[in-house]
Design a protein around this ligand. Structure first.
Ligand SMILES: Nc1ncnc2c1ncn2[C@@H]1O[C@H](COP(=O)(O)OP(=O)(O)OP(=O)(O)O)[C@@H](O)[C@H]1O
Ligand SMILES: [Mg+2]
Length: 564
């Protein structure tokens, strides 16, 4: 589960690494911070010039004329609007650009890690990462770093202004107040908020997962008559979530109240010090008003910081996961600039061994060979390692020992892209994208003509089916819902394989979900393809194996050729 991720890096390291990820976007972030700080200072300027006007009316010597005071106050107001616009603009620009950059980086990292990584148990958390962690990080960049920087800049500017124009004592009080509201208060409340925030998010995702699962499995719930019990469980879980939500809201509200209290006390303290200074004659009334007004109107940015801790824990956890993934080494390193297979002539495997976990060997000392134009069958009990063998032939996993050689070149020296161009696989489950049927087929042959696509579908015995759909090849897969059966999807997968220009096709149970009539059509098509394509065929079915020229049997991790 996502929340169980242990944050391994310190907060500062995560922040620094995330900022480094920004690259050239950092300049725009700087712009956002400058605009934000100047924007807030100009908002303060309106009140401040008002205070300066009052001081002048009280008879203080102020270097500015009435005309200037009024003009500057109006200018500050107008500037505030413009700067606010640019601040928001740059923040959103960064946010959206950054989401794109981050997605691109993560996708790039995943491409290198796949497919081994996506087969592992972590699949769920990777999907969670791509969807929610990146969104959380957007909050970090657009709504966390800027507020912190703006708070520091504004607080320092106001402290220096008050110290030079009004009184060093007032400035000191202000500085203490900023440190208290911006650092001490968030530290105190974060301990509490962390617990209730984590609990709330855990319950929230548990509830969501359970609810979604129930909706997905509603058919089986109805069939098993488990509706009433499931409903009770949903209600119970929803009560638990409500309890956690209340706790979280209560803690957030308390923290906000605590901050407000700290701000009010700071204002009172500033006022008290101001009055004492006037009484002792250290400060005139007019300049006391200027100093105190400046401090009063400057708490906005530090209040914003004290509202952060609630989501910082979550942000750090997301950042940590993303950084982990970006630095993860792939199980299989892609071969870039390696040798090219050229026209496929033969495949020879000798003494091949493989284990997923480094302990139990799934395949041991495998020897087999296949030639151009041959259909080689592989049979064996479920779970004996047939699919694993095909995946090794595509280098989805790194073999532990032995050789897999295409045209005499070991697979580890063959260029990864070239390998996938020359060898294609139809796996046991075909994934169809939420696009039209034609687009789904086109991923295997970008430049194929309509005729070629239809031809491939005829060979895979799926053309008539596609023509019976509402819009034929233009039918959107999403609009069909569950209408396509497993066998139909499988045949579309097969058409993809025919469409790809690969000489060698690996078929993992191509006929497992089709009836005997369609099996016959597919097998006939495969036999016809034999002239042009070579095939390695995994199947349980005796009838399918009838078309194989030679058959290997996998048993207890070993492979032996059967006499036909
Ligand atoms: N990603 C993985 N990580 C760890 N073990 C795996 C992984 N994939 C498969 N296995 C294990 O390796 C063994 C061989 O699996 P494989 O899928 O190759 O069998 P199969 O012969 O294709 O079975 P079937 O006929 O049911 O498709 C099984 O015990 C399976 O549990
Ligand atoms: Mg299999």
């Amino acid at each position: 589960m996502k929340q169980q991720h242990k944050i391994r890096r310190g907060g500062a390291t995560i922040m620094a690494s995330l900022i480094l990820l920004l690259g050239s976007l950092a300049y725009i972030m700087l712009l956002a911070v400058i605009n934000g700080s100047l924007g807030f200072l100009s908002a303060m300027g309106v009140t401040l010039f008002g205070a300066i006007g009052i001081a002048k009316a009280l008879g203080e010597t102020v270097a500015l004329s009435w005309g200037w005071i009024i003009t500057l106050a109006i200018a500050c107001g107008a500037l505030r609007g413009a700067l606010r616009y640019f601040e928001q603009y740059s923040n959103h620009y960064i946010a959206f650009r950054l989401l794109a950059v981050l997605r691109d980086r993560i996708f790039g990292a995943l491409r290198a890690l796949c497919p081994a990584k996506l087969e592992s148990k972590q699949k769920g958390s990777i999907i969670a990462m791509i969807t929610s962690d990146i969104e959380t990080l957007e909050v970090f960049y657009a709504h966390t770093i800027s507020p912190i920087c703006i708070a520091v800049i504004v607080s320092l500017t106001v402290t220096i202004f008050v110290a030079t124009v009004s009184s060093i004592w007032l400035a000191l009080v202000a500085l203490c107040a900023y440190l208290f509201i911006g650092i001490v208060v968030p530290m105190i409340s974060s301990a509490r908020l962390k617990v209730s925030g984590v609990n709330y998010r855990r319950e929230f995702s548990l509830f969501n997962a359970y609810f979604l699962d129930s909706i997905k499995g509603v058919k089986d719930i109805v069939l098993s008559g488990a509706g009433a019990q499931r409903e009770r469980e949903v209600n119970d879980r929803s009560d638990v979530l409500l309890r956690e939500t209340k706790k979280m809201k209560r803690d957030t509200t308390r923290a906000a109240a605590f901050t407000e209290l700290a701000v009010s006390l700071s204002i009172l303290a500033t006022l008290a010090v101001g009055i004492v200074l006037v009484h002792t004659g250290a400060l005139s009334v007019g300049y006391m008003i200027i100093g105190v007004t400046a401090v009063f109107s400057s708490f906005g940015p530090v209040i914003a910081i004290s509202a952060l801790p609630g989501n910082l824990t979550q942000t750090f956890a997301s950042g940590d996961r993303v950084l982990d993934l970006l630095k993860e080494e792939p199980v299989v390193k892609p071969v870039i600039g390696g040798r090219e297979i050229g026209e496929y002539r033969e495949l020879s495997v000798s003494d091949l061994s493989f284990s997923y976990d480094g302990e139990t060997e799934v395949l041991r000392d495998i020897c087999m060979h296949a030639k151009k134009g041959e259909i080689v069958g592989i049979v064996g009990e479920s779970g004996c390692g047939k699919s694993t063998f095909l995946k090794l032939l595509l280098r989805f996993w790194q073999k532990s020992g032995g050789t897999i050689a295409y045209n005499g070149m070991d697979i580890d020296t063959v260029d990864s892209e070239d390998l996938l161009k020359n060898v294609t696989m139809v796996s046991q489950v075909t994934y169809l994208f939420d696009e039209t049927i034609e687009e789904n087929l086109r991923i295997a042959g970008q430049h194929a003509t309509k005729e070629e696509i239809e031809q491939a579908c005829r060979m895979a015995s799926v053309h008539d089916l596609i023509m019976s759909l509402p819009d034929g090849y233009e039918t959107c897969v999403g609009a069909l819902g569950d209408r396509l059966s497993a066998g139909e999807k499988q045949r579309i997968g097969l058409a993809r394989a025919f469409l790809s220009g690969s000489d060698l096709i690996l078929l993992d149970e191509p006929t497992s979900n089709v009836d005997s009539i369609n099996e016959g059509i597919i097998l006939r098509a495969l036999r016809e393809q034999k002239k042009k394509k070579s095939i390695i065929l995994v199947s349980h079915r005796e009838s399918t194996m009838a078309i194989a020229d030679r058959i290997y049997r996998v048993e207890k991790g070993c492979m032996t050729e059967e006499n036909k």
